[in-house]
Design a protein around this ligand. Structure first.
Ligand SMILES: [Zn+2]
Length: 326
């Protein structure tokens, strides 16, 4: 590996764990390098285009999984706060709580352009004051990865360095993701962090149909009627929905011990809100009853039965609930 890429490697490997700014900065630069055309000896990117990519990365990680990006829980990194403001505006405007990838947003149609501009400006200011120069410094040494003009808000690379980054971009992207994942694992209590990061990167965050769980949940029917977990009333076929009591965005998986029947409208109202302690108590009781019902059915040799049993023995409901409250 040549020394220039080794310097990138060194910086990413050894940078501090306060927040993920350096990762989002590095990833944005690599993405810009990959898409750049080198017409001159120097290639310059402005902070605006870097900020747009930072926004994209943070938007996607936040709207799907609400990942914590810094070590100080009481004071989240300011860039993330700006991104969350825009997500809030999006939700207010559309009334939709279903996540959407940043790449699919139509800012013009949503009349969010001016808010977007403000967020981009604020991100760009944080990059200027905090991130752009810090990234190059490690343990008192400045690595000459690029030239900065902080007044003009630009980053300039030598052409050969850009070509180098392009050639090594697969390595750099996966190494940055690896380090980013490590950081997220130290800030977040949620499971499957690396799958979440990879899933978002590859655009493979999909919910799978939950219909296959009907046969288990139907064991709980009373007099042939499906009962809503939240309001205890009967649910008609057309109004039937399955809910993740501990949000899917936290678990990133469908687990029988976390799935209940509820009315469609209650499900969409609830979206990613946290369950109450009462819900958790009732889910634990439900799981014990469901386990007994499955034990006495044809499902007792089924892997869902094994999972439910394990969840009951290991108190999954309570431990995941406690960790998702952070
Ligand atoms: Zn209900």
């Amino acid at each position: 590996m040549d020394t220039y890429i080794k310097d990138w490697h060194n910086i990413i490997l050894n940078c501090s764990f306060d927040n993920t700014y350096k990762m989002v900065w590095a990833k944005s630069l690599v993405e810009l390098a990959v898409n750049s055309q080198e017409k001159n000896d120097k290639v310059t990117f402005n902070f605006r285009e870097i900020s747009e990519l930072c926004l994209k990365y943070y938007w996607n990680q936040t709207i799907y999984f609400n990942l914590i990006q810094g070590s100080n829980i009481k004071k989240p990194p300011e860039i993330l706060t700006y991104v969350k403001e825009l997500i809030g505006d999006y939700i207010t405007k559309t009334g939709k709580t279903q996540p959407i990838r940043f790449e699919k947003l139509n800012l013009t149609a949503l009349e969010l352009e001016s808010k977007y501009e403000k967020v981009i400006n604020k991100i760009s200011n944080t990059l200027k004051s905090d991130v752009c120069w810090r990234f190059k410094n490690l343990a008192g040494i400045t690595y000459e990865l690029y030239d900065l003009d902080r007044d003009k808000k630009t980053v300039t690379f030598n052409k050969e360095d850009i070509l180098n980054i392009k050639e090594q971009s697969d390595f750099l992207f996966s190494f940055i993701n690896y380090k980013w994942t490590q950081m997220l694992e130290s800030f977040n209590f949620s499971p499957k962090i690396s799958q979440k990061v990879r899933g978002i990167d590859e655009g493979k965050v999909k919910r799978s149909p939950l219909k296959k769980y009907h046969e288990y949940l139907d064991l709980m029917c009373s007099n042939g009627k499906r009962i809503c977990f939240y309001c205890n009333k009967e649910i008609n076929e057309t109004d039937l929905s399955i809910d993740h009591v501990i949000p899917w965005s936290f678990m990133f998986s469908d687990d029988i011990w976390n799935l209940v029947y509820c009315h469609k409208n209650e499900n969409s109202e609830k979206s990613n809100r946290l369950p109450s302690e009462n819900d958790i108590n009732r889910l634990e009781e439900r799981n014990i009853r469901l386990m007994k019902l499955m034990e006495n059915s044809d499902f007792h040799k089924n892997k869902n039965f094994d999972q439910l049993q394990l969840a009951n023995e290991k108190n999954y409901v309570r431990s995941f609930w406690i960790s998702c409250k952070y």
